[in-house]
Design a protein around this ligand. Structure first.
Ligand SMILES: O=C(O)CCC(=O)N[C@@H](CCC(=O)O)C(=O)O
Ligand code: ZN
Length: 336
């Protein structure tokens, strides 16, 4: 019987390769679990509430805390301690990278969405990104339901703000105050507003299905078994309430801090170097005009107001994002 001997994480690590046949199981209360493919599990109550929820993790295989968190939620549903009252799709993303303990194998999977997986030579990660997209598309097919996608990550370096979320570009739709407060209830009180399309997973769900979708950074990368899960408890508890259709924790808006993404710095040359240390923490602020990086002959500088650095990484492929910069902003009439 599905999950009799191994839970979702153990089964996925033991069988990271694609599965040929979906496998199902029905719990005593009528909740149907369908293992659609390796690490992709749909959980559908007999009489679901009004929301379709996608929880993805492990799109970067070495970001283990969110994987353990999501696996804990699934185990709680299996043992009956958490009642699933909404339609839920759980995805452990880059399964082979999870086994290998690496961010990716050949690719950064979080640059393969919105069809980017169809470009260039096919490989296992591109096929997997396509499969993740396909199962989200099928999951979100019923109109008129609330759609949520929280793509859970942990960051490579320290961060002056431990937990933060990237809010994908959503032209024509206001930023949601309710979602900012929901994330605060997860312990994520720093929000970065993105102003351009990307090939990230959260942008895919936001852009193609109108979902409330976020890339959520919950802490720092550690190997399996080395995470202090108490640091993720607020997030686990809030997601459990969401799944169980119980009242959510909505801290006052004043507790959240919002930034606009200012510069998206893509790497154009092999000779790309930051002017700061490799382990410089996320949210380190630099003064106006400060030289941040040399990209071949091109200088990347702070503009006219101070900017803070996010996700600096000189080792990305040519054409990919090497840095974001952000500036603090107000919650104004762009929010509703
Ligand atoms: O810590 C880092 O440098 C990278 C952490 C990470 O994986 N971040 C995501 C953010 C995605 C987004 O901008 O929505 C990524 O780079 O894929
Ligand atoms: Zn990540």
């Amino acid at each position: 019987m599905l999950f009799e001997h191994q839970d979702l994480l153990a089964l996925t690590l033991a069988h990271p390769q694609p599965r040929r046949q979906p496998q199902s199981r029905t719990l005593a209360d009528g909740t149907r679990l369908t293992l659609i493919d390796t690490g992709i599990l749909a959980i559908e109550p007999a009489r679901p509430g009004d929301s379709d929820i996608v929880l993805s993790c492990g799109v970067h295989g070495n970001e283990t805390a969110p994987i353990e968190l999501v696996n804990d939620l699934v185990n709680a549903i299996l043992d009956g301690s958490l009642k699933c009252r909404q339609r839920l799709l759980v995805q452990l993303g880059n399964t082979q990278a999870m086994v290998d303990g690496t961010r990716g194998i050949l690719e950064n999977m979080n640059r393969l969405f919105s069809g980017a997986h169809a470009q260039g030579e096919p490989n296992d990660e591109k096929r997997r990104a396509a499969r993740l997209e396909q199962t989200v598309r099928a999951f979100f097919q019923q109109p008129g339901r609330k759609r949520f996608h929280y793509d859970l990550h942990t960051a490579i370096r320290d961060s002056q703000r431990e937990k933060f979320a990237v809010y994908p570009y959503r032209p024509g739709r206001p930023w949601s105050i309710e979602q900012i407060r929901f994330l605060a209830g997860c312990g994520v009180k720093t929000i970065l507003l993105s102003h351009s399309p990307t090939t990230t997973y959260s942008y895919f769900s936001s852009n193609e299905f109108g979902a409330d979708a976020f890339t959520v950074e919950l802490g720092k990368v550690y190997p399996f078994g080395h995470n202090d899960m108490s640091r993720f408890e607020a997030c686990r508890a809030q997601l459990a309430r969401l799944i169980a259709a119980e009242p959510l924790d909505y801290p006052p808006l004043a507790q959240s801090v919002v930034y606009d993404v200012c510069q998206v710095v893509n790497k154009h040359h092999e000779e790309f170097q930051f002017t700061f240390a490799d382990d410089q923490a996320n949210f380190t602020e630099f003064a106006p005009g400060h030289l941040l990086a040399n990209d071949g002959e091109r200088e990347v500088r702070v503009g006219e107001v101070a900017e803070s650095i996010i996700f600096p990484n000189a080792n990305v492929a040519i054409g990919q994002r090497a840095l974001l910069t952000v500036v603090p902003t107000e919650i104004d009439d762009r929010f509703e």
